[in-house]
Design a protein around this ligand. Sequence first.
Ligand SMILES: NC(=O)c1ccc[n+]([C@@H]2O[C@H](COP(=O)([O-])OP(=O)(O)OC[C@H]3O[C@@H](n4cnc5c(N)ncnc54)[C@H](OP(=O)(O)O)[C@@H]3O)[C@@H](O)[C@H]2O)c1
Length: 336
Amino acid sequence: MTVRVAINGYGTIGKRVADAVQAQEDMTVVGVTKTRPTFEARLALEKGFDLFVAIRDNIPKFEASGLRVCGDLDALLGKCDVVIDCTPGKMGAQNLDLYKLAGVKSIFQGGEKHDLTGRSFNSLSNYGDNLGADHVRVVSCNTTGLTRTLYPLHRDIGIDKVYATMIRRGVDPNDDKKGPMNSIIPVLKVPSHHGPDVKTVIPGLDIDTTAVAVPTTLMHLHSVVVKLRKNASTEEVLDIWDRTPRVRFVSGEDGITSTSKIMEMARDMQTSRSDLMDIAVWKDGVHVIEGTLYYYQAIHQESDVVPENIDCIRAMFELTRNNMESILKTNMALMI
Ligand SMILES: NC(=O)c1ccc[n+]([C@@H]2O[C@H](COP(=O)([O-])OP(=O)(O)OC[C@H]3O[C@@H](n4cnc5c(N)ncnc54)[C@H](OP(=O)(O)O)[C@@H]3O)[C@@H](O)[C@H]2O)c1
């Protein structure tokens, strides 16, 4: 079976997911939407994607710009088995009704609340719970990062309590409208939304989170403190992560002293768009002291959720019932 995939919202996440779908052998992109005839619409056509207009009244603007369009969102929904909704956060509720009406499955992103679908997804922690599901949310970039490193510890060692601080990039690199430019903005509500969000994919985990936004665009950084259930050494923790897919060690000793150095490494690796879909954990920043684990990790917010969207499609269409089989297949195709 080849799953026919539509991308609604061709922005930061949407264009990456489109490329990732196209790299798989068991799914194909049948079209992407834009609301405006921008350079991204032009480049989508140059890549060979069929272009649809999310807001029907805007079709004449595309035609005036000389961009060939195949119809509106309804036309695209008529051609697909699943739509990946990558529209700006909080548009999900109105879109879910459209997808249900069209009789297609849908995947939403972390800007939507868990309650929208009642199902949240992470490839490692709950793939099996979403087999055959019709409407699922892939959790946010921060939640994906926390889950990738906490779930294997929860499974193999046991966790009594997590305290994590998210130091969040202010905006994505392409954003020329929002800040902060010269401030650090704390989230005054505790826990920040991240802790409760992790519990949607690791039920029962005791986690509290705080968050601040800082004037940087490249990555988020997490400072995490974990009270382990069983005493384990730093080496045991490192060994678990070494065997965990999509977790990559970096090291200060190796010259990776900051998020900007991690992104320089990704550029040197010549990954697509210089993305880093792995979670980067500072190996020499991992310390277990009297049963408490301390570590730092960095999240490439523009790309870490991309492979999770691919695995989510496989779970929803039961292309494989085994999460590791899907993860390895996705990783191979995306050269992760
Ligand atoms: N960026 C991140 O760090 C990140 C990480 C993980 C998850 N997410 C989540 O992923 C989702 C998408 O975020 P993003 O960062 O990709 O946003 P984005 O870069 O702003 O892209 C969203 C795109 O949707 C398009 N759009 C706007 N209104 C639309 C409509 N009515 N119908 C269809 N398309 C519409 C816009 O393009 P045009 O108007 O030009 O067509 C825009 O480029 C959100 O839920 C977000 O929370 C984001």
